[in-house]
Design a protein around this ligand. Sequence first.
Ligand SMILES: [Zn+2]
Length: 731
Amino acid sequence: MLGAFALRSGSRLSRQLRRAIQTIAEVAETGNDVFVLVEHPIDDGRVDLNGRMLLLDDRDTFRRSDDADDADRCRAGPAEEIERGDGAPAGREHRIDDQHVTRVEIRRQLRVVLRCDRRHLVALQADVPDARAGHELEDGVEHAESGAKHRNDDDLRPHAATGRRAERRLDGDVARRHAAQRFSREQHADARRAAAKIFRSSPLVAQADESIVHERMVDETHRHGVHYTRRSSSGIRLRPDTTGESEGTTNGDAWTSAIESVSMRANLVTIVAAVGVLAVQPVRTPISLVVVGKTVLTQNIRRQVLSPGAVAINGNAIVDVDAPTTIALKYRAGETINARDEIVLPGLVNTHTHAPMVMYRGLADDLALMEWLNKYIFPAEAKTVSPEMVRVGTRLAALEMIESGTTTYADMYYFEEEVARVTKEAGLRGVLGETIIQFPVADAKTPIEGLARTERFIKLYKDDALIVPAVAPHAMYTNDKATLLASVQLARRYGVPVIIHLAETENELKTAREKYQMTPTAYLESIGFWGPPSDRQNTHTIAAHGVWVNDEDVAILKRRGIGVSHNPESNMKLSSGTAPVAMYLAAGVALGLGTDGAASNNDLDMFEAMRQASFLAKHATGDPTAVPAQTALDLATIGGARALGMERLIGSLEPGKRADLITVSMNSARQTPLYDAVSHLVYVTRGDDVRTTIVDGKVLMKDRQMKTLDRAAVIADANRLAGRVKEAVGR
Ligand SMILES: [Zn+2]
């Protein structure tokens, strides 16, 4: 007779269960839930083994060829393993492709591994220490088959195939959806026989250390053929569904011991555990948030992609990234964001902007940099930059960045403490540099004053969770040597980063050549601005633009560990030139992407920056393979993190890193059809496609609803302030 227990999360349980009754082990998937079905022989009223779920992992779609380890782990199928237990050679002909079969020690371990082109892995361990073995079990199996025959159920009919190797075709579809159907009737019979031999070769001892059973399993069990009753103590008794009587008691926590106490006349009872998303694991670690996505682009060193995937977050940190089923088994989340139709990726890193300059967006277009600066931007700034303008502008910029998926940005402006305050309120991460410039500006009449102001700013935010204060000497052509060096000395004293514009225009190059007979990069090297490499430990420098550089300059930047921010849109719009991205990448310079201020872009959309970085590189080099989509995405995520010296904290979805991530919808006409998520992110996605933005574990926007900013008020304030800007430039 057969009894069956089921634990499930999907809606197809009964179907699964009916089938599972006849199998030794079975794996199936319903939607995104993976079921692992394990049968435990019970012989003469005693459970002989206690199956224990060790791992349930469907990290499929690792798309990168360098995932060799994972691929290897996945290359054994349950059929092969059972077969090996059977003493038969691993049959290569049983696999879809001629992959290497990982040899696995079968003793004490029954692994069910599904792999194939999607590398969907499910592994079980049955601790089957023991007592008795072998023939009894095999007999039991045979009896079970006989029993099945009497049930007058086609599926349970015994098969003549017990003595031959069954076809075991586990392919990608198995992993995806209809695994169970792939286990043919022959397989069932053969698998039973094979399993019996495996168990015979292993000591069999029932172990009662873990329960994988959820109360729902009990409930389902009731519906599907085995009766039970629960009381406050003792065990559960099981019996086949013949009389409808309950014979015993249990409580949910004592499930394993309950199984052991089963008293049955049957030679074999098959216990089926199906584990899915809602299935209960013995101990699930409480965490604050889980984000489940259709695809998770981890951007880790292997550029691992999980489809589906989930990111487990506790507090401000990522604790795990794995298949949703695995995450569900391991963690109990306070909140779950279901982005099953969306792509989950690290938050974008904008390595160069001037946030409050959104207030000058569209104020003056179609001008060269110096004319644009001297005629419009500097006068507008002289008349309108104030703490209020900086607050209003930064709030607008923060709204735009959160709405378009930027989670960290590097900034250089005035009243940077106001920028910091608003950035923190909005929940964004910022590397914020107080500008040091030789001429009088709104927040400092002299560079000395600017440096003093900067020092106060640094002290205020030195140990902030979100804000990294920085010193930002504007450029080599707007500061003298003493100011440049005083800036880096201040930064080194406090161990904070330096941000500077570098070699943005040909004019800057000309100036440096005329004054110093050197390139801007070489000049800064000559005065010790870049500092010795050892200083990288506590001072990181970010150079924005780096357009007009030669091989030697790139070598200097690489040697000094300088992060470079590439701003393709600003460079194109102001006709500043084309940064040698390929040269930077070849040299291994830490390169990130930036939008620059919205006055010269005219937005802060990093998706557009990715796209333009790719297009510009292709256009400039005549090489269509230049800056492919993955490289562009790298520049906007982990590359940007490196450029800011923050790769240990952000830029990829990895345990231990800060929980900065976004979800992006892929359902628009523009994004249809979807063959490649990375291609779409770079070539067709816009900031507006971002659905949810999370920084430091905090949800800043969910399904486009802002959580930290009052959207309408931010826009109204900006419009109000724009009146003053118009007045200032006489428009
Ligand atoms: Zn700039």
